[in-house]
Design a protein. Structure first.
Length: 277
């Protein structure tokens, strides 16, 4: 019934509009769509944080603007561009160490990932007892307190919070998991064990980058070569620029007549809105 009413209203509006007004409305509509497509393709694209791999700096429910022009453009940085018959980047500006970058997952070249750039082309990267070393020079890492957050299953997690300073003096927070009584973090993939706090040397190939999540023991990133590995510069989508919205979701699922549905928005985290990255 509601659908029929809406259709009737649209028919009446079309009937009342003169031919000239209809053309004007159509032109305005098309122009607005073209502007939106242009901005999303070449200027700023919205992106949402789907997981906790970038805690404490990016939280699940954060919505970001990603600057598309910061690194130039490739076929993976524009909508449906992966079908284009060219490689490389146009107007390429090299990322800096410490940038938070969105890129296409190398495994399928279509899934968006977001991590921090740690290693640049030609660097030798190693992790030793949780300390990042670039070309045998360690990043500074200082204890900065405790970070608390709720797991997606509803229980409270506690993490050691650290301030990390890279070799160009940029500071940011990272967390290490203390929920397992000091056991080193690990990812399991196809029966393999990965000690993410102690690794071998990684030599970053030309035209590639080494990336890590700020939630160091709960991030699938370049430390696991069989998963993310090194990120080709062509896969870069853009640089995370600003949080424009942040929504905290309830830790409980909606229960209706015994059926459980997904978590619902609980509140807006106003203090995070406008945060530059």
């Amino acid at each position: 019934m509601n659908t029929i009413l809406i259709i009737l209203i649209i028919i009446v509006i079309i009937y009342l509009l003169s031919k000239e007004k209809m053309i004007e409305v159509f032109r305005t509509f098309v122009f607005a769509i073209l502007i939106a497509v242009f901005l999303r393709s070449f200027a700023f694209e919205p992106f949402t944080i789907p997981s906790g791999s970038m805690k404490p700096n990016l939280l699940v429910g954060d919505f970001l603007f990603v600057s598309k022009f910061s690194y130039g453009f490739s076929k993976y940085s524009v909508p449906y561009g992966r079908y284009l018959p060219f490689n490389g980047r146009l107007f390429f500006t090299k990322p800096k160490r410490g940038d938070i970058a969105v890129f296409k997952y190398p495994g399928d070249n279509k899934t968006d990932y977001i991590k921090r750039i740690i290693g640049l082309p030609g660097d030798t990267v190693r992790i030793s007892e949780g300390i990042v070393l670039i070309n045998d020079k360690p990043f500074k890492k200082e204890k900065a307190g405790i970070f608390e957050d709720f797991h997606r299953n509803g229980y409270l997690e506690k993490f050691d919070l650290y301030k990390e300073t890279n070799d160009i003096g940029e500071e940011y927070l990272v967390i290490d998991d203390i929920s397992f009584d000091g056991i080193l973090g690990a990812n399991f993939s196809e029966g393999e064990y990965f000690d993410l706090n102690n690794t071998n040397d990684y030599i970053v190939p030309k035209g590639h980058y080494f990336v890590m999540g700020d939630n160091r023991e709960h991030s699938s990133d370049s430390r696991i070569l069989s998963q993310v590995g090194f990120v080709n510069e062509q896969n870069l989508v853009g640089k995370a620029a600003m949080i424009f919205l942040s929504i905290k979701y309830s830790n409980k699922k909606i229960d209706i007549f015994g059926l459980q549905f997904g978590k619902y928005p609980d509140k807006i985290r106003f203090k995070r809105i406008g945060k530059l990255l």
